[in-house]
Design a protein around this ligand. Sequence first.
Ligand SMILES: NC(=O)N[C@@H](CC(=O)O)C(=O)O
Ligand SMILES: [Zn+2]
Ligand SMILES: [Zn+2]
Length: 346
Amino acid sequence: MTQSLTLRRPDDWHLHLRDGAMLEGVLPETTRHFARAIVMPNLVPPVVTAAEAQAYRDRILKALPAGARFEPLMVLYLTETTDPADVRAAAASGLVTAVKLYPAGATTNSASGVRDFDRVRGVLETMAEIGLPLCVHGEVTDPAVDIFDREAVFLDRVLDPIRRATPGLRVVLEHVTTREGLDYVRGGGPDMAGTLTTHHLIINRNHILAGGIRPHYYCLPVAKRETHRLALRAAATGGEACFFLGTDSAPHVDAAKESGCGCAGCFTATNTLPILAHVFEEEGALDRLEGFVSLHGPAFYRLPPNEERITLRKGEALALPARIETGAGPVTVFDPGFPLLWHVEP
Ligand SMILES: NC(=O)N[C@@H](CC(=O)O)C(=O)O
Ligand SMILES: [Zn+2]
Ligand SMILES: [Zn+2]
């Protein structure tokens, strides 16, 4: 029985760090285990221009805990007025690693996102030309579409037309939650990838709604039926290079989650690796964990994998805090519902 596992240091290909006191509070939770992260730009106001990405990057580096080696990979928030020349320059200088598409109104802080996809055609063509990936929040916002169907409908109505109109565009379908999404990524060829979150491997929609409403399990895209969760687990643990970890760790203070209109987002930075080791062990796939957390992502983003190693060891159940205290307020850590026997060696 495997009791310890050494891997290249992982990266997180979809992370929310926020800003200010929240950034300071959550950043150590990620830098403890991860070498790099794709940092989502949905701040208020959003990170739209290269100059804004540079300033945000500086704030992240300033907030790093002493001794931490961590590289934030910056992302521009795509708006209908984004300037293709600014995107081109930001990519050429190495400042940005991707551009993020939020359909306007789809999720937290997405009001400045895209309504009319014809208006971003020039930016997308530039990105296809220079090979800069587009990270996509894949849900339609049409109020007539049931919230559980919004990802599947997005593939047909929005993503497929965009990809057909923009040959060569490299796309990451973020936080895939459905079989339809998985199959779309699998069929998309070498320019298509998908990130999978930690929490969608653990919860289905019953966990949110049965026996009482659980605001800390509410995120977008919302968790789907059990059949989808099982398909996500198979994709994560199956060794397919088109799938890799993007935790979508999305901190909100408890008061904003435990509310009459609670915010979407699960905070998983603290315990993602112990949870994933548990899942991969359950699936008899511990030998594939390194691919999922440390190799497939860099390969898609055309970056070298990390040289540093971490060791996971199985032992006594971890006593992790149920919430972390930040200067912005307490943030509840995602509860996987089982004891965590794997821990990352310090
Ligand atoms: N995933 C979430 O439920 N929330 C994210 C936004 C997002 O990634 O869609 C957030 O910023 O809080
Ligand atoms: Zn999203
Ligand atoms: Zn996110």
